[in-house]
Design a protein around this ligand. Sequence first.
Ligand SMILES: [Zn+2]
Ligand SMILES: [Zn+2]
Length: 443
Amino acid sequence: MTRIKKTLEQPTPVQTSNIQLPTGDLVPGEVAPGKKILPKLHRIAQIFGYDRVEPSPIEALDSFGQHEELLALSPDKYVRLDSPHGKRVGLRPQNFLGVLRAYTTHHVSERERMTKWYYIEPAFAQDKTALTHLYEFGLVNFGEASSVSDAHMIMTLRHLLQEFAIPGIVFEINSKGCESCGPYYEEVLSRFLQENKFDLCQDCQQLIRGDSKISEIVSHNLLSVLSCAREECQTVTVGAPQIIDYLDAACNKQLTALLETLDELEVNYQLNPRLFGSPRHSHTLFKIKIQPSIAGEAEIDLGTGGRVTRFVGKIAGQPIHTLHYSLPLQALYELIAQHGAEQKYDHTADVFLINLGDLAAKKSLRLFQELLRNDISVAEHFGENGIKNQFKLAEKRGCLLALLIGQKEALEGNVILRDVRSGIQEVFASDRILEEVRKRLQD
Ligand SMILES: [Zn+2]
Ligand SMILES: [Zn+2]
């Protein structure tokens, strides 16, 4: 039990005088990888039916207080804040618990049977000298028991990685069983490991020592012996009982149905009976791997997602079917920088407006309004930026047409229409331009 006590010790509250404030501002105009990647992340999540959730960064530390022992299993440590009213509050170390709290306190399940949320939010951490934050991207699915939703999340993530032209995407799949067959397997495994414990490495012997009672911690220690890389442990565990053989009918059916759906979706997957994720996982789970395209390069692990239903049931005190996957954005940026294609700006508008001079600016503003009122997506960059730069911006934003008003056109009541891709320009009278734009966008 000493291990639990130790992890429960809270860090001292933040003294704002001697910490480094978080950096990582994203200032418009600066080159940052996220500027091109983030719009795509939002778009793909939304195409696949996920709505954005923005949980509060400040969380009451006793939101799930009665289950501190369970929560302490994870490396989650809130950055504690001094609050004038004496309440224990902190900055969240990761987003999932806040998302779950938002889901339960807003009684979302009473309004909808299934909920799909995504988040792109900061998570905070501190050590003795610094308070830092990183951004997490996450997908959550509440309320759906069917394995189709597992497949849907896997498909979303595959599509996302493919959009960034990441090659070699493979999903490892396994099931950890439910509240009845999961613990039963752990008992069988425990007996096997106890019988063979003197052949295991010192660390693994340490892991399985102690309380024979199966608690959350003990059972996960048992499972981690199966992934020990030491030769002596691998020799022993090659003959260890496998979870697949101990799943009950319901869990077996769920896993089989998931694999069948993945076959249909032509997802590249491997069944890995030793994939156990974190203590939070139960039922079906998946790990994303990026296989190297060049021999000798290391495989990249993009983390494990899947069902956290048992964990959620315990801390939320109610059964909620829950699927979750999250990834630090930095990991995605690095992956794209090393293995993905160069990112282009997303298509943001059909028409780009350019103007030169005060009179032209006024006319352009009017035209901007007219296009908007006629439901034509339009972008502009009112301001002196040089005509060449403006055309470049039109291209970057994925606009098909650019409308240019200079001093001469403003005086004569004309607009220059330029096809962004071909560069061909024509002059039109202002009162005919809307019609012409409509015609060209329809072609
Ligand atoms: Zn089961
Ligand atoms: Zn070992």
